[in-house]
Design a protein around this ligand. Structure first.
Ligand code: HEC
Ligand code: HEC
Length: 283
């Protein structure tokens, strides 16, 4: 009787241990896949405009396998504040900046927990996937004239976003140029590429614009019109208009004044006479 006691307890103990370990690992697995899910959402909303995972470069590098070939702390620091890394002269960040058209990745403004979630998601992605191709969203046919009016605010944005010109300029648009809180967008097409720009207009992943455009995303038609407008601006405009336009502008101004003076010199006396004659006749 005494011997059967431990024999009965033993399998129960094993079962119990198995049960505990399996449930904890289940909980653990589900919580880490939840983190990856949250990371996926963040990635799609805040990063996918410029990055793919295994789909090739967009505005920024393809991030497939990045968690393997870069130090984790470096990644955390970089995602936290890319501009600071570049300003501090970090050699990798500087190389990347040169390689990617001098476009500084805007700071995504994530908390450190969110950065962890994104990195967990990146880690969870297969590294030897076949490329999925650039995930350009398909937009309707755009109209550049409408795009220009959306840019300047002559046509209001459907969801009530502020007109772009409040903060951006494009060469040749608007008599006094636009705002300069944001960069000049005349050649933004070259910096971002067609696909990159289309994606960027879809999510507007720029920290300064996130507030003003929260819940005021551009409609697909507006995105297409703006894209068509930026294509046209890129083909026609010169950024930094002051340098190229000033001599021409002053020359034209001077010629105009000379013409005006000579016209006045020729016509003014006669004109005045005829007016006073007219007045005399009328009274
Ligand atoms: C507006 C475009 C843009 C957005 C949005 C963006 N990035 Fe970037 N990212 C870049 C560019 C461009 C680079 C190349 C470095 C540079 O020029 O600053 C880069 C570089 C990186 C790198 C370094 C890649 C390497 O090879 O070491 C990582 C990691 C990264 N981005 C992660 C993210 C994450 C995560 C998000 C979203 C939370 C994000 N990026 C959002 C444009 C963007
Ligand atoms: C409240 C000011 C503001 C408004 C309004 C605004 N932007 Fe921006 N935008 C910025 C700033 C500032 C940046 C630079 C990145 C940052 O700091 O967020 C930027 C960056 C950009 C970029 C990337 C440019 C580059 O060269 O890296 C694009 C494209 C852009 N904006 C498009 C638009 C469009 C299209 C609209 C109108 C629908 C618009 N913006 C309205 C402030 C604004």
């Amino acid at each position: 009787m005494e011997k059967s006691h431990p024999r009965k307890i033993f399998p129960i103990l094993i079962l119990f241990i198995l049960f505990i370990t399996s449930t904890t690992s289940l909980v653990w697995a589900s919580s880490s896949s939840q983190t990856a899910d949250e990371g996926k959402t963040i990635f799609e909303e805040r990063c996918a405009a410029c990055h793919t995972i295994g789909g090739g470069d967009l505005v920024g590098p393809d991030l497939q396998g990045v968690t393997q070939h870069r130090d984790r702390q470096w990644l955390i620091n970089f995602i936290d504040d890319p501009a600071k890394m570049i300003a501090d002269g970090d050699p990798i960040a500087t190389d990347l900046l040169n390689e990617y058209n001098e476009v500084t990745m805007p700071s995504p403004g994530l908390t450190s927990a969110e950065i962890e979630q994104v990195l967990t998601y990146l880690e969870s992605q297969p590294t030897t996937d076949q490329p999925q191709g650039e995930q350009a969203q398909s937009l309707p046919q755009g109209d550049s004239a409408r795009g220009e009016n959306l840019f300047t605010g002559q046509i209001t944005l459907q969801k009530g976003g502020i007109p772009c010109m409040g903060c951006h300029s494009v060469d040749g648009v608007g008599q006094y140029g636009g705002g300069n809180l944001g960069p000049d967008l005349t050649h933004v097409l070259q910096r971002y590429g067609q696909t990159g720009l289309a994606n960027a207009l879809g999510t507007l992943p720029f920290p300064t614009m996130q507030g003003p455009y929260a819940n005021k995303a551009l409609t697909p038609q507006e995105q297409a019109d703006l894209l068509a407008f930026f294509e046209q601006a890129d083909a026609q405009g010169t950024e930094n208009q002051a340098a190229t336009f000033t001599p021409w502008f002053w020359g034209a101004g001077l010629a105009g004044v000379l013409v005006l003076f000579s016209v006045m010199a020729i016509f003014w006396p006669r004109q005045r006479m005829s007016i006073s004659e007219n007045l005399r006749r009328q009274s």
